[in-house]
Design a binder for this molecule. Structure first.
Ligand code: NDP
Ligand code: MG
Length: 377
């Protein structure tokens, strides 16, 4: 395999390089936003043909260091890298809507797509899945829940429902009163997973599960009523699929993202790994309960947007990115995140029937501008 990793300096990117090291995957392309020090070390170890740095100033700085590969820049560079010759598989692990265009480029260039960037499918899922289907390009999920479902699905029987499990995030035990004073530092303390800042906040609000709800609808062609969310604090059962005869299949494992990353890269083969294995005698009881939709407003907003369909999920995703960004910069309080998304979706009235890339990006841009005006108000 000749792999290109978009977002190689992030949480998923670094773990994917660990998998590549263990399995012996050849790296031909790497991309980051601005962390050129880590990218330079990755270039020295993995010898890619080309790297992209989205921040153009940082790209010039890296090129001046005379690294042993081509250096390209910007969002257009990311698309160019995703479609580069000499690569057969692209892992998209950038964060946010920045992943959408490069994912489309990878599909158009007929690269197998291992997809961690859930925002791509939330904002543009129908368009992206239709394109991949038409060009016969496989999209293999990296997100642990979707990897679990992918592994439990049986291509002869449509499931009765799927159960998406959720840790409940940093605020699982917090009351509504305590949440009024929750800070970004509090929200960044995730109980079971170590991830990038944006997704960690999404876990605290449970927007992450809402985004995953939409991601699951698109990946597996499910209706909203076929998806149920369960809080499962131990993060051992990564998700489940129920069939009409009452059988339920689950995928379990230690909470280590390298397991689903590796599976997405080696699929359909299963390759030995040295990652810590789940021990049933020590993992303690496994518990499940329904989420409190009054406490997790963002989850409710996401499911409502999923039901409305059209470009609503794109608007939801954009408003969420703006709100989470503002929260991480301590510009707004925790409870304003849901408020900003709610107000943006209520004001959104461009939910037309077209769903091409330009429409998706226009919905994203509109919601981003609108949400920003509320965030600074
Ligand atoms: P991180 O924030 O840790 O990493 C993001 C990566 O993308 C970094 O390499 C960053 O570069 C790069 N990047 C950010 N913005 C841009 C941009 N505009 N253009 C190009 N590159 C960019 O995120 P995670 O690894 O946690 O998450 C990545 C994606 O995977 C997200 O969509 C997330 O929802 C999804 N995911 C993550 C999981 C996890 O365990 N972390 C689990 C399941 C899904 P730089 O370092 O230079 O800023
Ligand atoms: Mg997940």
């Amino acid at each position: 395999m000749k792999l290109c990793i978009l977002g190689s300096t992030g949480s998923i990117g670094v773990q994917a390089l660990d998998v590549a090291r263990n399995v012996g995957i050849q790296i031909v392309g790497l991309a980051a936003m601005s962390n050129i020090d880590l990218l330079e070390r990755q270039i020295k170890e993995f010898n890619p043909l080309c790297v992209c740095v989205a921040d153009k100033t940082k790209a010039r700085e890296l090129a001046r260091r005379n690294v042993a590969c081509e250096v390209i820049a910007g969002g257009e560079g990311l698309c160019q890298l995703a479609a580069m010759g000499g690569c057969d598989t692209v892992l998209s692990a950038v964060v946010g809507i920045a992943g959408l265009k490069p994912a489309v480029s990878a599909i158009q260039a007929r690269k197998k797509l291992a997809l961690a960037n859930k925002e791509t499918l939330v904002a543009g899922g129908e368009f992206v899945m239709e394109l991949a289907k038409r060009l016969n390009v496989p999209i293999i999920p990296v997100d642990s829940e979707h990897s679990a479902i992918f592994q439990c699905l049986d291509n002869k029987n449509h499931p009765k429902r799927i159960y998406l499990t959720a840790s409940g995030g940093a605020f699982r035990e917090w009351s509504a009163e305590q949440l009024l004073h929750a800070t970004a530092a509090d929200a960044l303390k995730h109980p079971t997973w170590n991830m990038g800042a944006k997704i960690t906040i999404d876990c605290a609000t449970m927007m992450n599960k809402g985004l995953e709800f939409i991601e699951a609808m698109r990946l597996f062609d499910l209706k909203p009523e076929e998806i149920e969310i369960l809080i499962h604090p131990q993060s051992v059962v990564h998700s489940m699929v129920e069939y009409s005869d009452g059988s339920i299949l689950a995928q379990l494992g230690a909470p280590d993202m390298r397991i689903p990353i590796q599976y997405a890269l080696t699929y359909p083969a299963r390759v030995a790994s040295a990652f810590k294995k789940l021990d049933f005698t020590t993992c303690g009881p496994l518990t499940f309960h329904k989420p409190d939709f009054d406490k997790y407003t963002c989850l409710r907003l996401a499911i409502d947007a999923a039901k409305m369909g059209g470009l609503m999920p794109a608007a939801l995703n954009a408003a969420n990115e703006v709100a989470v960004g503002a929260f991480l910069q301590n510009r707004i309080s925790y409870t304003r995140i849901a408020h900003i998304i709610d107000k943006t979706l209520s004001a959104y009235n461009l939910n037309g029937s077209e769903r091409n890339l330009d429409d998706i990006l226009a919905a994203d841009a509109w919601a981003r501008r609108y949400a920003e005006t509320i965030a600074i108000a």
